[in-house]
Design a binder for this molecule. Structure first.
Ligand SMILES: [Zn+2]
Length: 473
């Protein structure tokens, strides 16, 4: 159903070699338009190679990648600062839907991971294919202006995740399966958590020597940096780094080496996509810091474990807005498995607004006892919206209520039933879309968190699920 179609990769550079300061990463890279909008390119960039030339650079075994995917990658590359050939990609994620195919490309250093989800096809496997992309640099001094890409596809294949596995935890570390010592550390740290925010702790051997807290940012009063929301990880990593500098000095003075563990708890898993492409998503910030600190604080001999309760994913709530109802309701779509059994509550306010709007029409204004009957009807319908039922039951129950109250007046009865049916249907589609988005996001985040060591060769960073029920009250 969802596949990781490819990973494009540029030659590997020293992963810890040229790290940025935390805030400097904001200044890197051009600003790229948000999802869906793929047209204009940055005016400071020389034009990228033509689409035909780009196709020509694809190695034999990649020519059969669908055109939609190639064009999407091409448009992403066109918008990037050409320096990506040398420096690698600045970390960011692009999401779009073309021809009912949802595409998500994650760029980081020398790699591009491409996921796709065909919305109008029902399938049940997720396969992971690795594509390595090597720019063909010619002899020194003869560099092409636009080095071509060679793409290779390798199978790292995992066949997993039929649709009914969506949402499960696919063997990511969790408080249930980690070793006892680590679990005790997590429990100790979580007891210190304040006001449902984020917290981090530094353990020296088995002793918790320092705790950091960050309360939930107050988005209403816009606690913001550079006009954008700040994430917990950004704030915690700054403080932890300052502390590690101090600690290294102390440890050196004492002349003893110890084993340090840094546990960081955040309510949602680290983000992989930000509001703007020039802000490093927290997932990559953690990877960068883990690499950087490994070198910088060698003496501390440490590992980082990041715990979280909910998955965070790159799809925004409105990403499926333009997918047509007929695709969603087709038996041959990604949405179909969600349609049959889904039970849901309805949003009464949406009905109320629609009904009031309808009643403004003149033809309804002369009906006898309208206000009184409408009050009774509304009250009953409102109660109905509070219960979780399947689509059919919502339809039938609502229609019965309306018909019994307005049996004398066919005209308004029909009009109200239409509003009811239309809105029940709309709300069902909304809920189905929300569920698909949530499941995609969960799976997407899970793949990155679980595979981060394979993808990014980071052996001192791990992720762990902390279920809500296992948190201290
Ligand atoms: Zn974040």
């Amino acid at each position: 159903m969802v596949k990781v179609l490819g990973e494009l990769s540029l030659p590997q550079q020293d992963p810890g070699g040229n790290q940025q300061q935390l805030n400097r990463s904001r200044e890197q890279g051009p600003e790229v338009a948000e999802e869906g909008e793929m047209s204009s390119s940055s005016c400071t960039n020389p034009p990228f190679m033509s689409l035909q030339s780009f196709y020509g650079t694809l190695s034999e075994n990649l020519r059969n990648i669908p055109d939609v995917h190639k064009k999407f990658l091409y448009k992403c590359f066109c918008k990037l600062d050409r320096r990506f050939y040398i420096t690698g990609f600045s970390p960011h994620t692009k999401v779009t839907i073309i021809n009912n195919i949802l595409l998500a490309a994650v760029f980081y250093k020398q790699k591009c991971f491409l996921f796709d989800l065909e919305l109008d096809r029902r399938s049940a496997d997720l396969s992971l294919t690795l594509i390595i992309c090597t720019p063909n640099i010619q002899e020194e001094g003869q560099r092409q202006e636009d080095p071509s890409f060679t793409l290779q596809r390798m199978n790292v294949a995992e066949n997993m995740v039929p649709h009914n596995c969506f949402g499960s935890d696919y063997q990511l570390l969790s408080l249930d399966n980690i070793d006892d010592n680590k679990r005790e550390k997590w429990q100790l740290l979580l007891e210190k958590r304040k006001n449902r925010g984020a917290t981090a702790g530094v353990f020296k051997d088995d002793t918790l020597i320092q705790v950091f807290h960050k309360e939930k940012p107050d988005y209403k009063t816009k606690q913001i940096l550079n006009d954008l929301a700040v994430h917990y990880e950004e704030l915690l990593l700054i403080e932890i780094q300052q502390y590690l500098v101090m600690l290294t000095q102390e440890e050196k003075n004492e002349g003893q080496e110890s084993r340090m563990e840094i546990l960081i708890y955040i309510p949602s898993s680290p983000c992989i996509k930000r509001e703007k492409d020039n802000i490093t998503p927290c997932f990559f910030l953690l990877i960068q810091k883990a690499n950087q600190w490994k070198e910088q604080f060698k003496f501390l001999n440490f590992a980082i474990c990041v715990g979280f309760t909910e998955y965070w994913g790159p799809l925004s709530p409105n990403v499926l807005n333009n997918v047509s109802d007929s695709v969603i309701l087709s038996t041959n779509s990604v949405f179909w498995p969600y349609i049959g059994s889904i039970c849901f509550k309805l949003n009464w306010n949406k009905f109320k607004n629609k009904i009031s709007k309808m009643l403004k029409e003149k033809k309804f204004q002369k009906i006898q006892n309208l206000d009184k009957n409408l009050r009774t009807c509304n009250e009953k319908l409102r109660n109905l919206t509070q219960s979780e039922f399947e689509f059919r039951q919502h339809l039938n129950d609502g229609n019965k209520i309306i018909s019994s109250i307005f049996s004398e007046n066919d005209h308004i009865c029909k009009a109200l039933c239409n509003v009811w049916e239309e809105e029940v249907n709309n709300q069902r589609l909304e809920i189905i879309k929300d569920k698909v988005i949530k499941d995609f996001n969960n799976m997407f985040a899970n793949i990155f968190l679980r595979q981060q060591n394979l993808f990014f060769r980071n052996d001192n960073l791990e992720f762990c699920i902390i279920p809500n029920q296992q948190q201290p009250k």
